[in-house]
Design a protein around this ligand. Structure first.
Ligand code: 1PX
Ligand code: ADP
Ligand code: CA
Length: 571
C-alpha cells in the first residue's frame, strides 16, 4: 500500500504541476499508483485573509487503479461541485481555459460506489494535454481492465427495468471508460444461454455482462461453462469430470428479484457499483456446483440448492411471476403455513478440517484467506474415498436419513436484501466447498424462529433441529414411495398443514412425498441428485465484500508527525 507521506515527494513522480481546482491553486502530483493534490501555500495564505496565517492543507488522493477515465473538460461541466457563482466559474475558465476531468470511484455508504469527478484547470493547453496523456498511459498499464464486453439484458427480470437501468446508468459509464459493447436484449428464456453456447465469438470479448436477476445469471453461467467444456472436449455428463475453468469474466448488473449473487459478491445491489467493478476489471473466483441425476448432467449452481422449503417457495412463486419480486414473500408465507416435511437420505463428503466450519464466524471478505487455499493433492483424499462411499470410514462419506423441512446447500453466503447475512453467513465464495444445512421436522413456531434469525444477529444454526456441514460433495435420495406409504400407516402424516390428515394418507402420491430442488432459482426435474463442488470454475468482475472503507493511510499518525500542519482526505 502506498504511504501518503511519500505521495507529494519527488521520487517516483511521473508529473508535477501547479494547476487550478475549485478556483484555488493546487500542487498536483502523479506517481504510478496515486494522483494527489493540495492547495499551494500562496493560495492558502490568500484565502485565509489578513491574518496571514495559513489554513491547514488537505492532501486529496486518488488511487490510479480507481480512476475511471480522464478527459478534456466538457463545456457543460462547469464546477457544479463548488456551488460558487457562475461568474467565478467563468473567471476561472477565462484565466485557465484548458481543463481536464478525472472521473474516479468514490465510496459512499454500505459498499456502494459512485463515479465522481475532479476538474483541474490550466492556462496552458499543452500542459493540460500532457496530464491527460500521462494519466491515460498509466490507465493503459492496467491490462486486466476490460476493453470489449458482450452484454445480455433480460427486459422482463425483476421490475422489468433492466433495459432502462442499463441505458441510463451503465452504458454512459462504459462509454466514459472507452469500453466497447455489443448489446443483446433477450427475446425469450434461454436466448442468452443458447447464444453463448453456440454462436457468440468469445475471442472478441474480455467479459460477458448479465443485466437481470439470478435466473438470468444462471443462463450466462450455463452458456459459458458449457461452451468452455465443448471447446475443450470435456463431457459434462460425467459426474467426476474435471471441468475446465472459463476464461471470460462475468459481470452482473442487478436487475432481478433476489440478486443474491451480486449482493454476496459486492455487498450491495446497485447497478452503478457493479458497472464500476466491471470497469476496473475486478476479479472474484467462484465455486460452481455441478448437479447430476444418475449419469446425466442436470444443472450448475453457484448460490442455493434448496429442497423442501425453498423448492416449494420457488415452485409456487413461478405461477405468480406477474407480481414481480413480491411473489417470493407471498409464496414464502403460503409455504410456511403448509409446513411440509420430506423424507430422504443425504450422504456427504465433509471438507477437511482446515477448511473451517459453517459456524466459525469467519466471513468471506475481499481477499479472503480461506479462499486463497486452493485444493492441493493432499486435499484430494475425498476423491479417493469415493469408492468407500457407503462405508462411513474416517474422512469418508457420512449418511443421514430423516424427515426434513429444508435441505439447503449454500455454496456462498446467499446474502441478499431479504437476509443481509444470508443462508450461511460464513460460507465462502471460492473455497471449493458448500455448506449443507439440514432443517429437520420441527414445530411451526420453531421453524419461524429459525427463519427470523436469517434477518437478525442471532445464530440460525443454533437449534436442536438444525445441523450444518461443510462438504465437497453430497447425494440426495428421496424416500421411496412404497416404503413411505407402509410407514405412513403408523407414522405421523407428512402434511401437518391445513389439509385434512386423511387426505395426506390416502391421496399419497409422488407430488406430495417429494419436493423439488430450487437450483439458483430454477426447478430441477429430479429429486434424486448428486452434487459436486467444482472449485473456482468461474470468475466475476467483483472483489468480494470489502471489510471497511479502503484507505490509503497506512498509519495516519506517522503522517501527522511528519507534516503536522496537514490534513488528509482520501477521495
Ligand atoms: C420471516 C422472515 C423470513 C425471511 C427469511 C429469508 C431467507 C432468505 C434467504 C434467501 C436465499 C436466497 C438464495 C437465492 C435464491 C435465488 O437464486 C432465487 C432466484 O432469484 P431471482 O428471482 O432473482 O432469479 N430466489 C429464490 O429462490 C427466492 C427465495 C426467497 C425466499 C423468501 C422466503 C420468504 C419466507 C417468508 C416466510 C414468512 C413466514 C411468515 C409467517 C407469518
Ligand atoms: N426475453 C425473455 N423473455 C422471457 N423470459 C426471459 C427472457 N430473458 C430471460 N428470461 C428468463 O427470465 C427468468 C427470470 O429472469 P431474472 O432476470 O433472473 O429475473 P427474476 O430475478 O425476476 O427472476 C430467467 O429464468 C430467464 O431465463
Ligand atoms: Ca464455496
Amino acid at each position: 500500500m502506498t504511504r501518503l507521506s511519500d505521495i507529494m515527494e519527488t521520487q517516483d513522480r511521473l508529473l508535477f504541476s501547479k494547476l487550478f481546482h475549485k478556483h484555488r491553486q493546487v500542487e498536483v502530483t502523479l506517481n504510478r499508483s496515486v494522483l494527489a493534490w493540495k492547495e499551494t501555500e500562496k493560495s492558502r495564505k490568500r484565502s485565509s485573509g489578513i491574518s496571514n496565517r495559513a489554513e491547514t492543507a488537505h492532501i486529496h488522493a486518488l488511487q490510479v487503479c480507481e480512476i475511471v477515465a480522464v478527459h478534456t473538460k466538457d463545456d457543460d461541466q462547469d464546477n457544479k461541485e463548488t456551488r460558487r457563482s457562475r461568474a467565478e466559474a467563468k473567471q476561472t475558465s477565462r484565466l485557465h481555459p484548458h481543463a481536464f476531468t478525472v472521473s474516479y470511484i468514490r465510496r459512499t455508504r454500505q459498499h456502494q460506489w459512485c463515479c465522481s469527478e475532479v476538474i483541474f484547470h490550466s492556462a496552458n493547453q499543452a500542459l493540460s494535454e500532457q496530464w491527460i496523456k500521462v494519466i491515460n498511459e498509466q490507465l493503459a498499464l492496467l491490462t486486466h481492465r476490460p476493453k470489449s464486453l458482450l452484454v445480455y439484458i433480460n427486459p422482463y427480470g425483476g421490475k422489468r427495468r433492466g433495459k432502462r437501468i442499463y441505458e441510463q446508468k451503465v452504458a454512459p459509464l462504459f462509454g466514459r471508460a472507452c469500453i466497447s459493447t455489443d448489446v443483446i436484449v433477450t427475446e425469450r428464456a434461454n436466448h442468452a444461454r443458447d447464444h453463448l453456447k453456440t454462436e457468440a465469438n468469445l475471442d472478441k470479448y474480455d467479459g460477458v455482462v448479465c443485466v437481470g436477476g439470478d435466473g438470468m445469471f444462471s443462463e450466462i453461467l450455463h452458456g459459458l461453462i458449457s461452451r468452455t467444456q465443448t471447446d475443450n472436449g470435456v463431457d459434462p455428463n460425467q459426474p467426476d469430470a474435471e471441468l475446465v475453468p472459463c476464461s471470460v469474466h462475468i459481470g452482473i448488473i442487478p436487475a432481478g428479484s433476489t440478486d443474491c449473487i451480486c449482493f454476496a459478491t459486492v455487498g450491495t445491489n446497485d447497478p452503478v457499483t457493479s458497472a464500476l467493478h466491471i470497469i476496473v476489471g475486478d476479479s472474484q473466483p467462484m465455486d460452481v456446483c455441478s448437479v447430476h441425476h444418475n449419469d446425466s448432467f442436470l444443472r450448475y449452481s453457484v448460490s442455493l440448492l434448496g429442497y423442501g422449503f425453498y423448492g416449494d417457495v420457488l415452485k409456487d412463486s413461478e405461477r405468480k411471476r406477474w407480481m414481480g419480486p413480491a411473489r417470493y414473500d407471498l409464496s414464502g408465507v403460503k409455504t410456511f403455513l403448509s409446513h411440509n416435511y420430506y423424507e430422504g437420505s443425504i450422504s456427504f463428503l465433509p471438507a477437511e478440517n482446515n477448511m473451517g466450519d459453517p459456524r466459525d464466524k469467519l466471513q468471506c471478505r475481499s481477499g479472503c484467506s480461506v479462499c486463497q487455499h486452493k485444493p492441493s493433492s493432499k486435499d484430494t483424499q475425498w476423491e479417493m474415498s469415493e469408492e468407500k462411499e457407503m462405508s462411513d470410514k474416517v474422512g469418508g462419506w457420512r449418511t443421514i436419513r430423516g424427515k426434513f423441512i429444508a435441505i439447503n446447500a449454500a455454496s456462498m453466503s446467499c446474502a441478499c436484501p431479504r437476509s443481509p447475512k444470508g443462508l450461511s453467513p460464513s460460507a465462502h465464495l471460492a473455497d471449493g466447498t458448500t455448506d449443507l444445512i439440514l432443517v429437520r421436522k420441527c414445530s411451526r413456531l420453531d421453524f419461524l424462529t429459525h427463519l427470523l434469525r436469517h434477518t437478525n444477529k442471532e445464530d440460525q444454526f443454533d437449534h436442536s433441529f438444525v445441523e450444518v456441514h461443510r462438504v465437497r460433495r453430497f447425494n440426495f435420495q428421496p424416500q421411496q414411495n412404497e416404503m413411505h406409504s407402509l410407514e405412513d400407516l403408523t407414522e405421523t402424516p407428512k402434511k401437518t398443514g391445513f389439509r385434512p390428515i386423511c387426505s395426506a394418507q390416502t391421496n399419497y402420491n409422488y407430488q406430495d412425498s417429494h419436493s423439488s430442488w430450487n437450483c439458483d432459482g430454477e426447478i430441477l426435474p429430479h429429486a434424486a441428485i448428486r452434487v459436486s463442488v467444482q472449485p473456482q470454475l468461474i470468475r466475476l468482475f467483483a472483489r468480494g465484500i470489502e471489510e471497511q472503507q479502503q484507505s490509503l493511510l497506512e498509519d495516519p499518525c506517522t503522517l501527522w508527525a511528519l507534516e503536522p500542519n496537514t490534513h488528509y482526505s482520501v477521495d
